[in-house]
Structures are given as structure tokens and as C-alpha cells.
Design a protein around this ligand. Structure first.
Ligand code: COA
Length: 338
């Protein structure tokens, strides 16, 4: 790859998202689980979640979100694709090469990255590394998950939370002073608490909600504070906090502890649920469409997930041009024509 060595910051320059068509309401869940709309709303902030039909794969969701991002990137070349997911379509091969092939990008570097709900932030860091090391001048970073596959059908603790979706961004080589340039990415893990959220081979998702809640708040606050400090800022300088959408109460608690009021928090969980690696790019797309996230906003992204894993980074939100009329693609069934 070419370029001035002083111009190798990673700059977010395009965004896309994809959601399954089917929206499952709390009322529908109440017909199969011992729960209530009021319990789910007050404990989690979720009213609906999008559930993919059996014919829709993680690659389908990823391909549609990536196609939206590539359209707004005006089909300029990318040299690498990173797919953050914990629900790949197969153990072997990775899902990323199939997504690249369906986007007519056969030949580029393509790999899956598993860091659960922190996957998108790990993938941003990996993409920034590929740009800094001259492996690529532009990288497609996708977060896609079919989390609805993982809970046991009758588990009222986990089934209301998890849902399906995908989001994608393009990071390109650029200057650290441009809008969209990523600040330092803070990442961490603690495998001693791996049992708090786990899917054993051949089993269903098992989760210990209350301790996870506390770890999520602690880790996202610490990582955000660290990332903001490394970027030479203070929490009071932050215009928009975009946390992984796990629970509206977690988002509110992180905001409260950081002194970032509700009007500066992006909370989109009501209609999407927890989509794991897709949650941050989906939230970015929703907030951009709604106009709550605008060009120039000093933004913090932070995530927490199974592992445990966590991370945070900062950027000044760039002027994103939606692909066509919208950033979102809603899909049903296979996207093999993509
Ligand atoms: N409907 C009705 N009652 C439910 C329920 C549901 N869907 N799910 C759990 N309950 C019950 C529990 O059985 C428990 O009953 P008990 O007091 O009789 O034992 C009661 O509600 C309280 O359960 P608890 O787990 O303490 O609730 P909570 O306030 O901690 O909320 C979570 C549960 C899962 C919503 C919350 O802990 C959470 O969001 N944790 C983080 C999970 C997460 O984000 N995981 C992904 C990390 S990336």
C-alpha cells in the first residue's frame, strides 16, 4: 500500500446497517414465556427486537449492512474485511470470506473476530492496525450477529434480551485531525469471569445477569474515561456517548457515573434489543438517521461483553452520506443475489 506515513490514522467514512424484517413485541414473548411487557420494559428498556427468519444467515445480515456502507463509500476499493461475530454460520470456514465474495471482494484479506458484544471495538482496533501497518488503505468492519439462536426457547431471563442485526463501517487511511479519525482504542479482558455469560458447545446461552450488569457499568466507565483521557479530553467534553446496547439501565448508569446526561447518551435498545457485535454500528446508524448524532459531535464508543471483554474509543462524528435514501436495509430470507 502507498501513502504518507504521517497520514495513517483510521478515519470512519461510511456506515450501513441491516435488520431482519420481523419485529417481535414483548406481548408476543408473553405468549410463550412467563413474563410481562412491564417487566421487560422496566428492567431492560426493550419493547421490540428484530428476529431473523431461519433462512437468514449471519452472512446475509453482514452482506446487506456492508453493501450499504460500500455504497456510501462510493465503491472505492477496500483491501480487508473484518467480521466481528460470535454467531458465525459455520465453525469452518470463517464467515468473512463468504461475505467478501458476495460483495465481489474476492481476494482481499477477510477474517472473523470473536469478542462477543465488544467485537466491534476489537475489530475497529484491528482495522486501525491494518491501516497503520500498511496492510490496507481501507477496511470494511462489520458487526453481525444472530443472537436469537442462542437462548433456550423457554429461558425468560435471556430470550427477551437478545436479537439479530448487522452494522458496518468503512475505515480509510487519513489524518488524525480529520472528522471521523479514531482516537486510541482501549481494550481489555478478564477470563476469570468467563462463566458469567457462556454458550457451552452444543448448549444454550447461560447468563448471570446481576453481576454482569455491575461489571458492564464498571468496565465501560473505566474504558471510556481512559479513552477520553488518551484523546486529550474530559468526560464533560463528550457530546455523545454510544455504549453497547445491552440494557437501557446499563446505558443510564454509565452515563450517570461519567456525568454524561441522558440528552448526550445514544439509547436505541427499545426497538432492537441486544444485537451483540452489531449493536454499536446499528446504534450509530439509528442515531444518524434520527439526527441525534450529527457531524462534529465528539463521540465516545464503548462496549462490554462475554469473555469478559471491554473497550472504548473516541472520534469526532463525520458527515456521513447515506447510501441512496437510507442507511438501513431490512431483509428477509437469503441475500445470495447481493
Ligand atoms: N420476566 C419476569 N421476571 C423475570 C424475568 C422475565 N423476563 N427474568 C428474570 N425474572 C425474575 C427473576 O427470576 C427474579 O425473580 P426472583 O426474585 O423471584 O428470583 C427477578 O426477576 C429478578 O431477577 P434479576 O436477575 O435479579 O433481575 P435484574 O434486575 O438483575 O434484571 C437483567 C435482569 C438480565 C435484565 C439484568 O440483570 C441485566 O440486564 N444484566 C446484564 C445482562 C447483559 O447485559 N448481558 C449481556 C452483557 S453484554
Amino acid at each position: 500500500m502507498t501513502g504518507d506515513p504521517g497520514e495513517r490514522a483510521a478515519v470512519l467514512c461510511a456506515l450501513g446497517a441491516a435488520l431482519p424484517v420481523r419485529s417481535e413485541s414483548n406481548a408476543e414473548l408473553c405468549t410463550v414465556l412467563d413474563t410481562s411487557d412491564a417487566w421487560i420494559r422496566t428492567r431492560t428498556g426493550i419493547a421490540h427486537r428484530r428476529i431473523a427468519d431461519p433462512a437468514t444467515s449471519t452472512a446475509d445480515l453482514a452482506t446487506h449492512a456492508a453493501a450499504q456502507a460500500l455504497t456510501s463509500w462510493k465503491a472505492r476499493p477496500v483491501q480487508a474485511l473484518i467480521l466481528a461475530t460470535t454467531t458465525p454460520d459455520a465453525q469452518i470456514p470463517a464467515t468473512a470470506p463468504a461475505v467478501a465474495a458476495r460483495l465481489n471482494l474476492t481476494g482481499i484479506a477477510a477474517f472473523d473476530l470473536a469478542a462477543a458484544c465488544t467485537g466491534f471495538l476489537y475489530a475497529l482496533a484491528a482495522a486501525a492496525g491494518l491501516i497503520a501497518s500498511r496492510t490496507a488503505d481501507a477496511v470494511l468492519v462489520i458487526g453481525a450477529d444472530r443472537m436469537s439462536l442462542l437462548p433456550a426457547p423457554g429461558d425468560r431471563t435471556t430470550r427477551p434480551l437478545f436479537a439479530d442485526g448487522a452494522g458496518a463501517v468503512v475505515l480509510r487511511r487519513g489524518s488524525a485531525t480529520e472528522a471521523g479519525a479514531l482516537g486510541p482504542v482501549v481494550l481489555g479482558s478478564d477470563g476469570t469471569h468467563g462463566d458469567l455469560l457462556a454458550v457451552p458447545h452444543g448448549g444454550h446461552l447461560r447468563m448471570q445477569g446481576p453481576p454482569l450488569f455491575r461489571h458492564a457499568v464498571d468496565r465501560m466507565c473505566a474504558a471510556s474515561t481512559h479513552a477520553v483521557r488518551l484523546a486529550g479530553r474530559r468526560p464533560e467534553d463528550v457530546d455523545r456517548l454510544v455504549p453497547h446496547q445491552a440494557n437501557a439501565r446499563i446505558t443510564a448508569a454509565v452515563g450517570r457515573r461519567l456525568g454524561i446526561g441522558a440528552d448526550r447518551q445514544v439509547d436505541t435498545i427499545e426497538h432492537t434489543g441486544n444485537t451483540s457485535a452489531a449493536s454499536i454500528p446499528l446504534a450509530l446508524a439509528q442515531a444518524t438517521v434520527q439526527g441525534t448524532l450529527r457531524a462534529g459531535h465528539r463521540t465516545v464508543l464503548t462496549a462490554f461483553g462475554a469473555g469478559l471483554t471491554w473497550g472504548a474509543t473516541t472520534l469526532r462524528w463525520p458527515a456521513i452520506q447515506p447510501a441512496g435514501h437510507h442507511l438501513f436495509h431490512t431483509i428477509q430470507g437469503s441475500a445470495r443475489d447481493q
